[in-house]
Ligand binder design. Structure first.
Ligand code: PLP
Length: 377
């Protein structure tokens, strides 16, 4: 028995995606940029995939730029827009490193604090904005603790305080759980990544509204209307479209089912593991996220025991130059470092079942107990 509870890291491929991709990995191998029949067949598949992706993201087909994943989409949005209109870039303190480090690669990055529940502090954000700001980036859902950010309110703040800035959102962790098309209707640039919702790794998309100009960050043959060069990953793009369609058509049922599993898991851990706190507020988190901090336990040691017992989870702390440091997300949420060192993220997905939760509820308390008794606590 094993329980894969690391869907925020990556998800298993949906059968629909695998099936859609297979012909493009075998006999339909054409390069869509060519002009003969084999190329045209690939072009047709690419165009169809683009329509599906656009529809699922509430965009027009021409607004979809295919990328090599979420990190590239985030970089293209921030660095690519900054190149058109330089100026300070602003992001929240809990962004994925794909956003945070892209912002910090530019001459001036300003970081907006979050409240203890992980939601961006709108007043503080407003205080960082002025008419010179180029890009504002606030994610839709956080990868570590699952917090959903109030994008409509963020958009309003940006419109008022930095009317010439564009708003980017990293919707990579949101797509499985939230109606991204609806929630990003006031957003200029939207990044997604296929492997977080049952598609293949290494493919994603950036919605670039027609009114927004960006410079490419990858130069070459001029694909994607010169916004992203490079031969198309046709199989990947087709797989992403199939996974998106399947995710959207089952989303409401999945969210309801997984939220119930997550609640049972989180409640069970709080009841059986002494000195455990839940991170964030379940009412403003995506359904698949269960995040706790366990006092006096080191995440890395716990993960080793969980792995040995077949429970696959994550911590969120980063190993920098040999020393384990608390995650920047928990630090921004003012979780004390000692608590943050005992972070445990169990992320559920569309394929999670009761037996996964049962196993985690058996293995996590026993593993914590083992670590604590080894420490003489
Ligand atoms: N943004 C968020 C919120 C993520 O969780 C991830 C992946 O973990 C990424 C961006 C990066 O996406 P990719 O793995 O496709 O580069």
């Amino acid at each position: 028995m094993t329980a894969y509870l690391d869907h925020a890291a990556t998800t298993p491929m949906r059968p629909e995606a695998v099936e859609a991709m297979l012909p493009f990995l075998t006999e339909r191998f054409g390069n869509p940029s060519g002009s003969h029949a084999v190329a045209r067949e690939a072009r047709k598949a690419l165009d169809e995939a683009r329509e599906i992706v656009a529809d699922c993201l509430g965009a027009r087909p021409g607004e979809v730029v295919f990328t090599g994943g979420g990190t590239e989409a985030d970089n293209l949005a921030i660095v690519g827009r900054h190149a058109v209109r330089p100026g300070p870039v602003v992001c929240s303190a809990v962004e994925h490193h794909g956003v945070l480090h892209a912002c910090q690669s530019l001459p001036e990055a300003r970081v907006a604090p979050v409240r203890p529940d992980g939601v961006v502090d709108l007043d503080a954000l407003a205080g960082l904005l002025d008419p010179s700001v180029s890009v504002v980036s606030v994610m839709l859902a956080n990868n570590e603790v699952g917090t959903i950010e109030p994008l409509a309110e963020v958009a309003e703040v940006v419109r008022t305080a930095a009317p010439d800035a564009v708003l980017h959102t990293d919707a990579v962790q949101a797509f499985s759980w939230l109606d991204v098309a609806d929630l990003t209707s006031a957003v200029d640039l939207v990044a997604v990544s296929a492997h977080k919702f049952g598609g293949p790794k290494g493919v994603g998309a950036l919605v670039v509204r027609d009114s927004v100009a960006i410079e490419p960050i990858i130069h070459g043959g001029g694909q994607e209307r010169d916004r992203r060069s490079g031969t198309y990953n046709v199989a990947g793009i087709v797989g992403m479209a199939a996974a998106m369609k399947a995710a959207v058509s089952t989303r409401a049922d999945t969210v309801a089912r997984v939220a119930a599993l997550r609640d049972r898991l989180a409640d069970g851990l709080l009841a059986t593991v002494p000195d455990t706190s839940e991170t964030g507020d379940r009412a403003t988190k995506v359904a698949g996220n269960c995040h706790v901090t366990i006092e006096g336990v080191e995440s890395e040691a716990l993960l080793v025991l969980l792995d040995g017992a077949g429970v696959y989870a994550a911590a969120g702390s980063a190993c920098t130059s040999g020393a384990v440091e608390p995650s920047h997300v928990l630090t921004a949420m003012a979780v004390p470092a000692a608590r943050a060192m005992g972070a445990l993220r169990l992320s559920l997905g569309a394929t999670t079942i009761d037996a996964d939760v049962d196993l985690a509820l058996e293995v996590v308390p026993a593993s914590v107990e083992r670590l604590r008794s080894a420490e003489g606590r």
